[in-house]
Design a protein around this ligand. Sequence first.
Ligand code: SER
Length: 625
Amino acid sequence: MTANELREKYLNFFKERDHAIIPSASLIPEHDPTVLFTTAGMHPLTSFLLGEKHPGGKRLVNVQKCIRTGDIDDVGDSWHLTFFEMLGNWSLGDYWKKEAIEWSFEFLTGRDYLGISSEKLSVTVFAGDPSINSGQATRDEESAKIWESLGIPKERIFYLSKEENWWGPAGQTGPCGPCSEMFYDTGKEKCGSDCKPGCKCGKYAEIWNDVFMEFNKTAEGKFEQLKQKNVDTGMGVERTIAVLDGFDNVYDTELFKPLIKKIEEISNKKYEGENIKTFRIIADHLKAATFILAEGVEPSNVERGYVLRRLIRRAVRYGKQLGINDIFTFKIANVVIEMYRDVYLELSSNRMFIEEQLVREEEKFTKTLEKGLKVLEKMKPKKTISFLSKSFFTEYGLSGDVLFNLYSTYGFPIEMSLEEIKKLYQEYNREQGVSITELTKDDENRILQQFHESLKKHQELSRAGAEQKFKGGLADHSEHVVKYHTAAHLMLAALRQVLGSHVTQKGSNITAERLRFDFSHPQKLTLEQIKQVEDLVNQTIVRDLPVKMEEMSLDEAKEQGAMGVFESRYGEKVKVYTIAENGKIFSKEICGGPHVEKIGQLGHFKILKEESVSAGARRIKAVLE
Ligand code: SER
C-alpha cells in the first residue's frame, strides 16, 4: 500500500463515520510557547480538547505532520524518526472507548481497509495509577473487555503502567489520559520471556494509539477531570506502511527509498553493512530539515533554528563519513519535495528558500570544519619526539578536552578529530623518518573517555539550563546574554592588542542575539584589523580558558591594571574577572558579571559590522555562531 492510499483510506473511513476532514496544522505550534514543534496530531487541537467549540464539529480526522527530537539518538534504528506523519481521529466530548476501539479494529483488520490479520495484533490497556486525581485513573477493564469482544484473546491484552501507557500533555499543561495501544507482531522471536508490546527488540511494532483524554494536567502538576471526555488517536504513517509491506523497518518503505537511492548516487556507496545507519540518519535529518525550512524557519543558534541547524549539520557530518565532499543537502531536499509535493503544498512553494538555506548552512558548516582542521594542524609538534618519549597525544598537547572544544565550538565531531590526528601522526612520522610511537588503542580510549566526560558535563549544564527555561521561561535567553557579556571582554582585550591601548569601552548593548559595543578609536578599522580581532578572540575561545572572578578593593583592581569603569563608593569591593593562560593575562576587567565559567562554550565569534558612532568612537556589532 502506498502512503497516498493509506492517507486516503483513513480519511474516508472516518468521513463515512461523520468525521470532518481538517487540514494538517503547521509544524510550529501556534498557541503553545513551551514546545518548539508540533509533536502529535492532538497538539494543535488542545483548546478544543479543553472544551472550546471546533467549527468542524465534535468528530474530526486528519493527517498531521509532526517533529519529535527527543529520540534523536535512536534515529537510525528500525522505527524512530524525527519527522513523521500521524493519522488521527478525534472525538471532542462525543464518542468514547467503545466506538474508538471498534473503529480502530475495523480499520486495521477490515478487508476493505488494511486487512491485517487479527492474529497479528496485540494490544495494551492502562494498568491504573493511584497517584492520579485521587485514584480516578483506574485499571482500564472497560477497554480490555471491548478488545476481548472483538476477538483479541486475554494473552494478547497487556496492562501497562503510566510510564508506557499514558499520553500527554503535549506541552507542560493540558489534556492527557490513559492509552490503549495496538502492536503488530513482526514474527521475530521473542527476545526473552519478558518480551511484550513496548519491548524495544523489534518484535512488536507500535502502529496505533487510542488515548482516552479525560484529564487536564494543571500548572501545579495536578490532574483534574476535564469537562468533556475526548478521544485522541494517532497512527504513524511510516510504521504502518512498513508493516503492511512486510518490512521490519521504516526505511525500506517508499517514504524513504528514493532518499536512500539518491544518497547512494551522490556518495557512490551502497546502502549496506556499516553504512546503513549513516544513510538512515542523513535521510531522516534532511527530510525533517526540509519540512522545517518549508515553514520559513532559518538555521540559527536559538530554539527552532538551532534544532534545524543541528539536523543539517549532523546530516553533513554523516555525509562526510560516506565520503561526500560536494554540497549535497539541497539535492536530497529536492527529492523530499518531489515525494511530498502533492500532500504538503508549502514544500514546492518554498523550494527556493529551502535550497538557499541548505546551501548557505552547509557552506558555513564546511568552513567551520576547515577552521577546526587548522586548529588541529597547529597542534602538530615542532620538535622531534624522542624514541621513548611520552605518548603521541601528550606530545601533541591533545586531550579529550581539547577535542571536545573543537566539537562544541566548531561542531567538529570526535570521530573526525581522531581520523585527522591519525593522518597528522602518519605525516609526522614520514617527515621525521621514524616509525615510533604508534597511535595506541590506549591513547584513543583515553581521549574518548575524556571527550565523553566533557560532553556529559556539558549536557548536564545544558539540561540544567533547559530545566531552568522550563521554570522561568527566560533562562535560555539569559544564557546567551551571559555568553555575549564574556565575548565583550574578549573583544575589548583583542581590540587593545590589535589597535593599541588607547582603546577603551564607551558602551555596550547586549541581547540574546548579538553584541553591540562602542569604543574609542579615531579611524575606521581595516578589514585586516577586523579579521585579526576575530582571530584573536576565536583562538582564545578554542583554548577554553576559565574565567576567574576575584573580589578586591578598587585600588587593588587598579593596581593590577584591570580595565573598567572606576566608580565605587569608598571601601566597597569590586569584582574583577580575569581570563588568563599560564599566568599570561588576556583580559582583566572590573565588572558586575555574570560570566561563563569557561569560554569554550562561546562558539565562534564573528564581527558583522563596524561603523562610526561619534567623533573618535566606533561601534561594532558581533555575533556568536
Ligand atoms: N497523542 C497520541 C500520540 O501521539 C495519540 O495521537 O501517540
